[in-house]
Write a protein that binds this ligand. Structure first.
Ligand SMILES: [Zn+2]
Length: 174
C-alpha cells in the first residue's frame, strides 16, 4: 500500500480494521441500547375484506401510519420503519450536471402482512443511491454489505493516495 502523507485530514487516514461485524448484540450492547417507547397498537380497515385488523408496530417505528389508518388499506402496504439521518453527495446522473442525491442510506423495516416471509420480521434496507436499494437484509446480510463497503473504502483511500501522488508528480513536471 502506498504511504500516505502525514498532513492529510483525519478523514482520509485508514481506520483500525474491524475483525468482523458482530451479528448478535453482546450483553454489553444490549444494556446500552436506548430505552424504547412502548410499542403502539392501532387498527385499520383491510381493503380486501373490509374487516377491522389490529397491528402492533415494530418497536421504535417512526411511521405515524396516518394514511394506513384513515382509509381502507391493503395489508401488504403496511410498513413499519425506523429511519436514520440521510447522507447526500453531489451526483451527476445526466447532462444537467451534479445534483444533491441521497447515498448510503439505511433503515430498518418490517412488513407484517407481506407475502415475503423475510419481510415480516425486522430487516435492513440499504439505499445505495437514491431509489436504488439492497433490500431484505438480515443481520448477516447487513454485515456482508458493511464489510464489502469497508473494503471499498480501503480501496478508495489507496486511490486517494495514488491521486495525491499523481498530482504531486504533475506539479513537478508542469
Ligand atoms: Zn409501525
Amino acid at each position: 500500500m502506498n504511504a500516505m502523507p502525514a498532513d492529510l485530514p483525519r478523514v482520509f487516514h485508514p481506520e483500525p480494521k474491524l475483525a468482523a461485524v458482530p451479528t448478535q448484540p453482546t450483553a454489553k450492547t444490549r444494556e446500552t441500547l436506548p430505552a424504547e417507547a412502548p410499542a403502539r397498537t392501532w387498527s385499520f380497515i383491510d381493503s380486501t375484506s373490509d374487516k377491522l385488523l389490529h397491528h402492533t408496530c415494530m418497536p421504535g417505528c417512526t411511521n405515524n401510519h396516518e394514511d394506513d389508518r384513515e382509509t381502507p388499506t391493503h395489508p401488504h402496504d403496511i410498513t413499519c420503519n425506523r429511519d436514520f439521518p440521510d447522507l447526500s453527495l453531489p451526483v451527476t446522473t445526466d447532462s444537467t450536471g451534479p445534483g444533491k442525491c441521497r447515498v448510503m442510506g439505511v433503515s430498518i423495516q418490517q412488513r407484517p402482512f407481506s407475502d415475503l416471509i423475510h419481510e415480516r420480521v425486522p430487516h435492513a434496507v440499504v439505499e445505495l443511491i437514491e431509489d436504488a436499494h439492497v433490500e431484505g437484509l438480515d443481520p448477516d446480510g447487513l454485515a456482508t454489505v458493511i464489510l464489502t463497503l469497508e473494503a471499498q473504502l480501503k480501496q478508495m483511500r489507496d486511490v486517494h493516495a495514488q491521486l495525491t501522488a499523481l498530482r504531486a508528480q504533475g506539479r513537478v513536471e508542469l
